[in-house]
Design a binder for this molecule. Structure first.
Ligand code: FE
Length: 216
């Protein structure tokens, strides 16, 4: 089986959010599709280990924001590689409460407000069927596809994403990997050796410090 084949499926780039007891919760997803057109229903897939999954099962209401091609890596990393259980992802980003949900407006072109009507257990993930209650376009910008993210921002799927694949590492010498996002610092390709990077150097993908890297 050639798992690379699955990379030929196309995906978008989204942030799904919800709110429970004054706590804003959300994460990055790439798996959201429209399922029906009349009284539209969409489906999103979320890892069971994901805090947003656990909260959404209780709140049953969510907002889905569509990221544009201008979306910053820092925003994608914040929502993709960290958990709302530990950090407030909404700090210093542009969002607005709509129907009591924190809707991310930063680097997004449209949003959907919906209500969970069914949760389907799919081994490591759950599929949430969501009835669309509101759908608005905030700005006229091009939505980002997963392919665009991969090609232009050199993006990687977070470990819990449905499309995540283990990194293939042919030559592991002199390489250091970020344990949060999987980014690899390769001494052979960089001007400065990893060991010589300043102490305040941070991962270009997710922003954590050198101490979160491990030598391969
Ligand atoms: Fe990282």
């Amino acid at each position: 089986m050639n798992l690379d084949t699955l990379n030929n499926l196309t995906y978008g780039m989204y942030i799904i959010t919800t709110r429970e007891n004054d706590k804003n919760v959300g994460c990055f997803i790439n798996t959201a599709v429209q399922i029906t057109s009349k009284n539209p229903i969409i489906a999103v897939s979320l890892n069971k280990e994901n805090y947003t999954n656990q909260v959404l099962k209780k709140t049953k209401k969510c907002a889905l924001s569509v990221l544009t091609e201008k979306a910053k890596q820092s925003l994608i990393s914040k929502f993709g590689f960290f958990t709302s259980k530990e950090i407030n992802k909404f700090e210093n980003i542009n969002f607005q409460y709509i129907e009591e949900l924190p809707v991310v407006l930063e680097d997004t072109c449209s949003y959907i407000i919906g209500e969970v009507i069914k949760v389907i257990d799919v081994e490591t993930h759950d599929i949430f069927l969501i009835r669309v209650l509101q759908a608005e376009k905030s700005i006229n910008d091009v939505p980002m596809t997963y392919r665009y993210y991969h090609d232009n921002l050199k993006g990687k799927a977070p470990r819990k994403a449905p499309t995540y694949q283990e990194e293939k590492i042919e030559e592991q010498a002199n390489k250091y990997q970020c344990t949060i996002c999987g980014y690899i610092y390769d001494d052979n390709k960089e001007e400065v050796k990893f060991e010589d990077l300043p102490d305040d150097w941070t991962c270009p993908m997710c922003g954590v410090g050198k101490d979160k890297f491990r030598k391969l």
